[in-house]
Design a protein around this ligand. Structure first.
Ligand SMILES: [Zn+2]
Length: 190
């Protein structure tokens, strides 16, 4: 198994994508075995925090009339509504002091799958001297994919913690990994 404390280095940051109750079994938009990413990502979060590296947690945070919901012409059932239990981070996710939350999906006119989409995150990371990002979370073929591709476009080195991701569909997950690799992200498979 990968040893986070041996792999992390200065100018790295960790970005945990949308590990929220609604994306885990029992939630409103459950991803199969989505809860299993918590045990994989927690040691990375702990190691990054211990080494003083920035830890970012993104979250889907939708208004009731969000355009991604089927009732509004979107693709998904109602999920991650602002201030609901389902929108909270998984109860076992380790959230260290100083972790920063990246809120997305609040717009009335469009969805934001990527943690970089109109959040200002890329600017902040550049400002803070971050050059390489370790990324894991949910779902591999939707928000993690969009985040990894945007991160590459913004000029960051990317390491994808594959064991710390789960896809909506197996096929979608395979395609996502191919697209990430083509975009220059490095897949950490163990
Ligand atoms: Zn959403």
């Amino acid at each position: 198994m990968a040893q986070p404390q041996n792999l992390l280095r200065p100018n790295d940051a960790l970005l945990v994508v949308d590990v929220q109750q609604d994306f885990c079994p029992g939630g409103a938009l459950p991803i199969a075995r989505g809860d299993e990413v918590v045990a994989v990502l927690n040691p990375w979060i702990a190691a990054a925090s211990k080494q003083g590296l920035p830890v970012f947690l993104s979250r889907d945070w939708h208004p009731a009339s969000h355009p991604s919901f089927t009732a509004n012409g979107g693709r998904w059932p109602v999920h991650c509504q602002q201030d609901t239990a389902g929108a909270s981070f998984h109860k076992d996710l380790f959230i260290p002091e100083g972790a920063e939350v990246v809120t997305k999906g609040t717009r009335f006119d469009q969805d934001q799958n990527s943690a970089f989409d109109q959040t200002g995150l890329a600017d902040k990371l550049h400002r803070d001297g971050v050059r390489r990002l370790w990324i894991g979370g949910l779902a591999l073929d939707v928000c993690v994919l969009a985040t990894v591709l945007d991160g590459r476009r913004a000029g960051f080195e990317i390491r994808v913690l594959v064991a710390g991701c789960r896809p909506v569909t197996v096929e979608g997950g395979r395609e996502a990994l191919t697209r990430m690799r083509k975009a220059g992200a490095v897949l950490v498979e163990e």
